[in-house]
Design a protein. Structure first.
Length: 255
């Protein structure tokens, strides 16, 4: 017969969080929104792990170490320390490739992290091949209004070379996402796209005009999506489900 004797320890509570390194790199409001605990809440190791994961997911730190200190013997308050090591603010990526269909492929990207200390990311990308040319600029702002929301903005131009014509597109998107209660995620976006055809390989001018009118367009629309996701892990799912629905509204009210 084996007997275990368990003696409950002292109840502990979160204290203040002190940033010991990298404090001036990012706004304190962003750090507060990334933390999933508040002072005087009961200490929870899962909250510490999730807070550290949120900081890594900002993609502006190469290291983010959140550690508890020794609890106060009288009050049980646990002071927290946070050490941050920022990534390089600016990075450049260049790629070169070749394919039988698209020929020489060139790609270049420039990323500017954490402008003005709000943990955002500005991305500029250009690429070309024998089939397409594309240039785009995008900005991603995590914790846009609070810890549950984010904003993504992208605009650019796309030129595609097809067998019978050349397609030229301009596009822009502003997307707002929000994590809601009960595993719900809401997305609201404004979409803008303009497409025109050039260099049509049609001998008849009337056919050229008709084909161009049918395939050239300007669309301004609103997009809404609601998703419920209870999957326990994105990388190793064991339980849960995911389903949702979306609607896109194109109206003269949107331009």
């Amino acid at each position: 017969m084996i007997t275990f004797t368990v003696t409950p320890g002292q109840l502990c509570y979160f204290g203040d969080t002190t940033v010991t390194a990298g404090k001036k790199y990012v706004n304190e409001k962003i750090l507060a929104r990334a933390r999933t605990y508040l002072p005087n809440e009961r200490y929870d190791t899962l909250a510490v792990e999730k807070s550290q994961r949120n900081l890594y997911n900002l993609n502006i730190f190469s290291a983010a170490v959140l550690q508890p200190g020794a609890p106060d013997p009288l009050t049980g308050v646990v002071p927290m320390s946070l050490e941050l090591k920022p990534k390089k603010k600016k990075t450049i990526k260049i790629g070169v490739g070749y394919g039988d269909e698209d020929g020489l492929r060139l790609k270049a990207g420039w990323t500017y992290r954490n402008p003005r200390g709000w943990a955002g990311r500005l991305d500029v990308e250009v690429k070309r091949s024998d089939l397409l040319e594309k240039a785009s600029i995008g900005y991603n702002q995590p914790y846009f209004l609070d810890s549950r929301s984010a904003l993504q903005i992208e605009a650019g131009a796309l030129r595609e070379f097809l067998d019978s014509y050349e397609s030229r597109n301009l596009f822009g998107t502003a997307r707002y996402t929000r994590d809601m209660e009960r595993h719900l995620n809401l997305t609201a976006a404004y979409l803008l796209e303009y497409s025109d055809l050039q260099n049509l390989f049609l001998a008849d001018p009337i056919e050229q005009t008709a084909f161009r009118e049918d395939h050239s367009f300007f669309i301004s629309s609103m997009f809404f999506e609601l998703v419920k996701n209870t999957v326990d892990s994105d990388t190793d799912p064991r339980s849960g489900f995911s389903f949702g629905g979306n609607v896109e509204i194109a109206s003269s009210l949107f331009g």
